[in-house]
Ligand binder design. Structure first.
Ligand code: ADP
Ligand code: MG
Length: 694
């Protein structure tokens, strides 16, 4: 079995309830297979003893200590426990203090005289070694070290209610029941030539490495797999990448013309052009593999619907996939009001569609009684089958992992694929990685749009901003107030949003209806809040960055981003793109802390000076430098989990050659377009060494 075929929903794992499942979904982890493909951000080395006495500033201790005394510091009501400890390990000496912010209950746990295993990062303050980020575990009854000591621990990306402990628990559970059952994803010859780990070794070493070298080996193996799939998917035989302008041959179909006639506005020139480019491809025998890029608000979704009509007209089925339930729902509602009147049969499928209605829906889909299905990753599930899947549209494509996307392709016979993104791909990168991919670009905004005016607001001068937003309320316009996402520190930043909400609703804007929305709210509640906001029953939303993608509420004219310095450029641009979506003048307020780093300052200046997503993407690359590995991985245009486009770029050519060889070994595969992937990956004849030689 291939890892990506491990499709058991993550919520079926013991201990994973609804809330944890949603947090996993936010990370793009929907199935147990996805969990195994979750790349650790880094590893914590707890294999070597590091006593307190030898610590430098900012270094991690990994040792055994005894509690000496307790004391308190700080004013009334804000007292914080301080625990003094001494090292008692074999090589141990040295003392230190643990500052237990918000954890005064530790007084009862860390009893004076008792001994613990300690792991934590220390600073030197006032000639004292101090830590506020530490872990203490009691020694086992026989005096030996507890579980985590001596290990190399993976540190995973987190979201919502997840903790390292929970993710490690779940990964171990999945690993335990599937150890050594995975098929190779790469031809044996490649594994050998590049010194990669076998699939089963790689999975284990990724999550439970015995050394850092082994962990690096695992990451490298997965990077190869990822690039292999990516290049395979982006491969398109016999096509010259089209520039804008190739489109002419394609005639609009009846449904398309009726839809355009029903719109209250006309298409922009760029929309016309890309629509024709896409339809020309759809008519072509060779499968389309096209990226549609256009700035936030440029009207990509409309093009998606229009192009879908082309396929529906000729009897094919369409799958439209969005990264979140919220977004899928918004798209489905819009499609219902736009396409429904044309007689198009629509369906909506997410994890929350269950029971009888799910069964009926899947039946109808399998029998071809549904023309277009709109949904989330739920569309990947094995039980979803189509009678004639011809066209796949992926919104916010960078949110889906490379390997995930393969699963959807496998559902059709050489389906056409349109990927949409608001984050343009820098040209140099596009040529290297997407050499075979065709790109359509919408550069202009719909007529009548005014550029969003952006203000940088220092923490001290926020009163004027509140007043300005108040004026917008009096004009019956709406606003978003956004906080950084609830992250590893979880609780504390949630408290920030909550206290902000209280401040805004009581002192700033009393009597104005508002809601708090964050990633830990149940899905139905989020949907409910957004519906009310859309109907203008709510005037403003205070949120963590859940509004980041895709939300389209044209009457909202203010975007206030708190701690703007903590956001990356592409996130800021996405957030700002939630306003300025009509002919109303919109405003974006970037509130920053006074102590700004150099890069943060540059980012905010870029935002102030430009509304152009293409310019911003290039500046982003400049500021971060292409050499910054983590940056490249997180950047908007490609969700690579293992490969780094800068470090592994040297491999790309070799992998491309390998793919050419595989395809050359069976010329029958070549003409099938995307079906090549299906055959290569599912039936896997080319993975057989003998088949390759013959
Ligand atoms: P994107 O997905 O590119 O961010 P959307 O497709 O959500 O943008 O479009 C943003 C808004 O602009 C939507 O409300 C949409 O109905 C509207 N829109 C799309 N095309 C046009 C157009 N040609 N003229 C006016 N409004 C448009
Ligand atoms: Mg969109």
């Amino acid at each position: 079995m291939y890892i990506r075929q491990l499709q058991e929903p993550i919520e079926r794992l013991r201990g994973v309830g609804k809330q944890l499942a949603e947090s996993y979904h936010n990370l793009g982890v929907n199935s147990t297979g996805d969990l195994l493909l979750l790349a650790p951000r880094t590893y914590e080395d707890r294999s070597k003893l590091v006593p307190l006495g030898k610590l430098g500033d900012g270094e991690y201790a990994n040792t055994v200590v005894e509690v000496l005394s307790h004391s308190y510091f700080g004013g009334k009501g804000k007292r914080t426990l301080k625990v003094t400890i001494k090292d008692i390990s074999d090589e141990g000496d040295g003392k230190a203090a643990l500052l237990c912010f918000g954890r005064n209950f530790l007084e009862r746990v860390l009893r004076i005289g008792s001994q613990f295993y300690l792991y934590g990062v220390f600073q030197r303050n006032f000639h004292e070694l101090q830590s506020s980020q530490f872990e203490m575990l009691p020694l086992k009854p026989d005096g030996s070290m507890p579980g985590d000591f001596g290990k190399l621990l993976p540190i995973y990306p987190l979201s919502g209610s997840l903790s390292q402990r929970i993710v490690r628990r779940d990964v171990s559970a999945v690993l335990a029941s599937h150890l050594a059952t995975f098929s190779e994803e790469l031809p044996p010859r490649m594994i050998e030539r590049y010194g990669l780990l076998s699939m089963n070794d790689a999975v284990r070493a990724l999550h439970q490495p015995t050394s850092l070298e082994e962990a690096r080996g695992a990451t490298r193996s997965f990077a190869f797999i990822e690039l292999f799939y990516l290049l395979l998917m982006n491969r398109r035989k016999n096509s010259s990448p089209t520039v804008q302008g190739r489109a002419h041959a394609c005639k609009l179909s009846v449904l398309q013309r009726r839809f355009i006639a029903s719109l209250p506005f006309s298409l922009t020139e760029d929309q016309e052009t890309v629509l024709r480019e896409i339809c020309t491809d759809l008519d072509d025998e060779i499968s389309m593999n096209r990226l549609l890029q256009g700035d936030v608000g440029s009207g990509k979704t409309l093009i998606a619907w229009l192009s879908a009509l082309h396929v529906i007209q000729s009897g094919g089925q369409v799958a439209f996939m969005a990264p979140t339930e919220l977004l899928a729902r918004q798209h489905a509602e819009q499609a219902a009001s736009w396409l429904g009147p044309l007689g198009v049969r629509l369906a909506f499928l997410t994890g929350s569609v269950t029971g009888k209605s799910r069964k009926l829906l899947l039946e109808a889909l399998g029998e071809g009684r549904i023309d277009i299905i709109i949904g989330t990753h739920a569309l990947f599930s094995p039980e979803v089958t189509f009678s004639a899947l011809k066209y796949i549209i992926i919104d916010e494509q960078h949110r889906f992992g490379v390997v995930q996307r393969v699963s959807l392709l496998e559902k059709g016979r050489a389906p056409d694929v349109l990927m949409m993104t608001a984050t343009p791909i820098p040209r140099t990168l596009a040529l290297t990685v997407f050499g075979d991919l065709n790109i359509s670009t919408i550069r202009s905004m719909p007529a009548g749009r005014l550029p969003v005016i952006t203000y940088l607001v220092s923490n001290e001068s926020r009163q004027r901003m509140y007043a300005a937003v108040g004026v917008e309320f009096s004009r019956d316009h709406q606003a978003y107030f956004v906080y950084p996402r609830i992250d590893d520190q979880g609780e504390s930043s949630l408290r920030d949003v909550e206290s902000m909400f209280k401040l805004l609703t009581t002192s700033m804007y009393p009597g104005i209806p508002a809601a708090l929305i964050h990633s830990r709210l149940p899905e139905e509640e989020k949907v409910d809040i957004l519906t009310k906001f859309r109907k203008r029953e709510l005037k403003f939303l205070v949120s963590t960055s859940v509004v980041e993608v895709g939300i389209d509420i044209p009457n909202a004219t203010c975007m206030v981003i708190e701690h703007a310095e903590r956001f990356g450029l592409s996130a800021l641009h996405q957030l700002r793109g939630r306003v300025g979506r009509s002919d109303l003048q919109s405003y974006c307020f970037l509130v920053y802390e006074s102590q700004l780093g150099e890069d943060a300052k540059k980012r905010l200046m870029v935002m102030k000076e430009s509304n152009d997503g293409f310019h911003i993407a290039e500046q982003d690359l400049l500021i971060r430098g292409p050499g910054e590995v983590a940056g490249t991985r997180q950047s908007g245009f490609l969700k690579l989990r293992f490969a780094s486009l800068t470090e592994d770029i040297g491999q790309i050519e070799s992998i491309r050659n390998e793919i050419d060889m595989i395809l050359a070994s069976d010329p029958g595969l070549v003409d099938l377009g995307n079906a090549v992937i299906r055959d290569v990956l599912i039936n896997a004849p080319p993975f057989d060494e003998t088949a390759m030689e013959s």
